[in-house]
Structures are given as C-alpha cells and as structure tokens.
Design a protein around this ligand. Structure first.
Ligand SMILES: [Fe+2]
Length: 175
C-alpha cells in the first residue's frame, strides 16, 4: 500500500517505512468490529494532542524510529475549573520494536516523535474500536471531544486531509 504524501510502502512482511513527509493515520484492519489496527506515520518533531482512550485497551509498537510518551493525571473537576496546568506522571522514550500498553486507568498521554532528523512509524491496536476521544489542553486541563479520522483505510486514501488535520482542533490527529 502506498500513501500519498508519504513516500513509504506498507509491507506486512518487511515493515519498512522510510521517508515520511506528512503525519498520517492509516487504518489497516477493523477486526470484524472487535478492534482497530492502524499505522501512524510521524514526521520529524510531530506529536499528538493529550488524549484519553475511550475506555479501550491500547497497544502500541514502534516500527521505525523512536517515540516519546508523556503521561498525565486526569484533571479533577476543580483543577479544570481553576485552569490548573496538567500534572505529568511519567515519561518514556520507546525505541524501535518497543511495545507499550495504555488505558484510561493509567491516565492520559501525549505521543511525539522527539527527533528533528528522523521520521517514525508505529502500529496501534485499539480494542474495542472507538470513533471519538477526549482531547486536553495541557495548560488548563480543559477538554474537548475529538473525532478520529484516517488518512487512509485499507490502503485507500480517504477525503480527510493532513492539512485540515493541522488546522482543525476538533479532529483528533494522533493516538
Ligand atoms: Fe494514545
């Protein structure tokens, strides 16, 4: 499968993902409604919003490059009202082939490619699948609902564009 704007080829056997130029989320499999398996391609320095996982289990494997995960505590109602800065509870750098697990009981997180010279790619499995998540503002703890969108599904380009993803805060950009 080839992805426009991303000059890499999804090859299930070789798993090679060089030269990513745009950030993309690509749905690989829907598991008969039981899960979503997706490939995320991260350009240099790109990161997700702080997000929850909609009561699902999340498994993530780094396929290429490295990713930094920053975990945050859920803001309490009073903290959200006071617009308190969100509290960091952990930070991990995941190398190629590292696997991690996340769910709502472990907090919230942001995932980012910390490298300014190397792209990254990761495989994410969410079970059960979900269509929207909560996005949080680190400075105030305020949350908004974000819709999950895909750059491609089963290797076919969707109408969602990476450019609008950058401009539309309502759309959930990463996982
Ligand atoms: Fe996530």
């Amino acid at each position: 499968m080839e992805y426009p704007g991303v000059s890499f080829v999804w090859n299930r056997r070789n798993m090679e993902y060089p030269r990513i130029t745009l950030y993309t989320r690509n749905l690989v499999d829907e598991g008969n409604g039981k899960y979503n398996l997706m490939l995320l391609a991260w350009a240099e320095g790109q990161g997700s919003s702080i997000h929850d996982h909609a009561n699902s289990h999340c498994f993530m494997k780094v396929l290429d490059g490295s990713l930094r995960e920053v975990r945050f505590a859920w803001p309490s109602e009073s903290e959200e009202e006071e617009e308190k800065e969100m509290q960091i509870i952990g930070q991990t750098t995941l190398k190629t082939n590292d696997v991690t697990y996340m769910n709502d009981s472990l907090g919230l997180h942001r995932v980012e490619n910390p490298s300014h010279t190397q792209t990254a790619a990761s495989l994410h499995l969410y079970s059960p699948p979900f269509e929207s998540v909560l996005l949080f503002d680190q400075r105030t703890g305020h949350k908004t609902k974000g819709k999950c969108t895909f750059w491609s599904k089963y290797g076919v380009r969707t109408s969602f564009s990476a450019i609008s993803a950058k401009l539309d805060a309502e759309d959930y950009e990463n996982n």
